[in-house]
Design a protein around this ligand. Structure first.
Ligand SMILES: [Zn+2]
Length: 228
């Protein structure tokens, strides 16, 4: 039964395709076909145009340059990459997966913890940013009360500077974020108590080490005259 049905369908399809087989392609030009590379204006392939074609339709990720081109140890850059992609294992992300998490931000004990809260809107962190930026006379770019997105704040703060000051600011924001994250983990996993003076002491030590290790922008900021 199925065999008969298949034969009938095959015969019907061949009958339908019959007229199609009578269509012939006609050559309209005697010029030989050539390859045209559609990703360059000249139509000629180049490695540059091929590389640029890889990014057609891609979403621009504005933070990548600040993260990967700034002077900072690799572990700190990777941490910032996880921040930018909201991949840090922090309370709001742990809660979504039903995992144990601190009920409130370990640094202020006021609101549910998220990476944006921890790094830019927490009252503890805002005070920390103000103190470290003030050392370089840059307190004007410290997070405002209505700041709720860390990456946006970093982009705005960084965009106000250029040259070595910008390099220094980017490195300092990476270092500050890394230290806040470590202090948060110290409070969560080691039972520590939030301490601004403790983080500030670590910052002063680390910023000198980063300068010695080759952070040109940080060295430039450290060499500026002290602000009153
Ligand atoms: Zn907080």
């Amino acid at each position: 039964m199925l065999g008969q049905l298949f034969c009938s369908l095959f015969a019907a399809s061949m009958a339908w395709l019959g007229p199609v087989r009578t269509i012939y392609l006609r050559r309209f030009s005697e010029v030989d076909d050539t390859h045209i590379w559609r990703f360059s204006t000249s139509g000629v392939y180049s490695t540059k145009s091929a590389y640029e074609a890889l990014f057609i339709g891609a979403t621009e990720f504005g933070s990548w340059e600040r993260i990967w081109k700034s002077w900072a140890p690799g572990k700190c850059k990777f941490f910032m990459w996880t921040v930018a992609h909201n991949r840090c294992w922090i309370a709001d992300r742990l809660a979504k997966r039903g995992l144990n998490h601190p009920p409130k931000c370990p640094l202020c004990d006021q609101v549910v913890e998220s990476i944006d809260h921890l790094l830019v809107s927490c009252v503890f962190t805002r005070q920390f940013w103000f103190c470290i930026l003030q050392q370089f006379g840059l307190q004007a770019v410290a997070p405002r009360l209505d700041e709720h997105c860390f990456i946006d704040w970093w982009a705005r703060a960084s965009s106000r500077f250029s040259g070595q000051v910008k390099e220094g600011v980017d490195s300092i924001i990476i270092l500050g974020s890394w230290l806040v994250w470590k202090h948060r983990n110290y409070c969560v996993f080691d039972g520590g108590t939030p301490s601004l003076s403790r983080v500030m002491t670590t910052f002063r030590e680390d910023v000198q080490q980063w300068s010695v290790a080759g952070a040109r922008g940080v060295s430039y900021l450290l060499a500026l005259p002290p602000t009153s």
